[in-house]
Design a protein around this ligand. Sequence first.
Ligand code: KIV
Ligand code: ZN
Length: 526
Amino acid sequence: MRDEQDRVRIFDTTLRDGEQSPGISLNKQEKLEIAHQLARLGVDVIEAGFPITSPGDFEAVQAIAREVQGRVICGLARTAKEDIDAAWNAVKDSERPRVHTFIATSDIHIERKLQTTREDVKGQARAAVAHAKQYTDDVEFSPEDGSRSDVEFMAEVVQIALDEGATTINVPDTVGYTMPHEYEAMFQELYRLVPALRDVVVSVHCHNDLGLAVANSFAGLQAGCRQVECAVNGIGERAGNASLEEIVMLLHTRESSVGLWTGVGTREIARTSRLVSRLTGYTVQPNKAIVGRNAFAHEAGIHQDGVLKDRTTYEIMDATTVGLDTNSIVLGKHSGRHALRKALEELGFEVQGAALNKAFNRFKEIADKKKKVTALDLEAIVSDEMRQSPAAYELESFEVEASSSRGPHAGVAVRMPGGGVGKGSFTGDGPVDAFFSAINAAVGREARLKEYHVSAVTGGRDALGEVTVLLELDGRMASGVGVSTDILEASGTAYLRAISNALAESAAAEAEHHLSQAEADQTPTP
Ligand code: KIV
Ligand code: ZN
């Protein structure tokens, strides 16, 4: 029988810390889709965003709070009243809203970043938790850069947060500096200095700058913490956060010796990882633990021989436990709308009305070219449709010529967001270079390609190709993904989506700048 005291809460921050990674820009629809999948995965808390940072983030958090049931929906806030008000207003329609407020407690952050004093930090922490507590019972407090803080001072701040009613205390290793034995000892000391911590949930939040995020998170659990903040595929600021799938599968695989457990449905892990990777444009490295494409592959003959005789000779987990057997759905060109809807439902997508018609047309196009359309193909098609925002550039037509005797040449026609068609052509160094340069000419932008990845959604010569592009436009990095049986079409779509994302981000940043300018102009000078 599992003991409730040994249950580890999974606090997912893919949509907040994860979304802060360079080049990631998720729209509201994409964030909602990820949040629904996180709920299906069974995480306890979804940190949906940092609502004060932009109107777009606020709206996405609000939509998640309104639509995603059964999970705690959390919004992040600094200690300022306006931050907390924005976080509360964004999450308040959730069945289970949480406000998460933070302030740094390390001297380096206090003196150099905040340029204030320890006394002021204590006052800000007190006021912030008290203010949030007026709105909701569920308040989380984080002493930022906790692992580099003077533990006695941090204990004073934590005690203040508890006195004001914080129900979760999260101590982050903000810069990924600590080591497992240090982090564990820090929590032991904190529990000693603040005995009231035994009555609330204590949480870990580790960054991966030294590759220790999961090991450090586990060390915190051994000291008594019962919440892990983590992100799917380990995305997050700089080197990322502790990877959700790794910490969950560590606890699952070693439960008999560790005695801790989570409420995550592990069979949803692979699908969640693929969705996040597609929508963020952050590809997963092949040898990534749990979700890398080689995580369950055996290359050496001795290993293959061993696995054929008994899987457990070289595998500590069964691939089906993380959901790597989703290729059971197979549709073909004679499958109808009803079969498609059922297959999509089985995959967790609720597609109806016009969206179903669109998905069906797309499915038919692909089924004409590909004998079998599998679950993996369907996932790729549906996420691809989701990425197409109405205000984006669209590839209307293209031609690319490549031969060993002439320089490669490309011509494109692009449908503009405001209507109308732009045309461009270019003779480049290679066919892809010519194609992307022709697109730049058609849209009148000077985007610079930084990364270009092509992968096949499934095996076989008729596989769908998935292209991820990372580019820079006016100093802003943005990514885009495209899916098609034609790799050039997928490339053009990915490139145009990345340009559209960069422009949308610039417009949002500009709107935010004007808003803060207007607020500053209205502030009376003392
Ligand atoms: O890394 C960090 O310190 C954070 C806090 C806001 C929790 O992300
Ligand atoms: Zn963080």
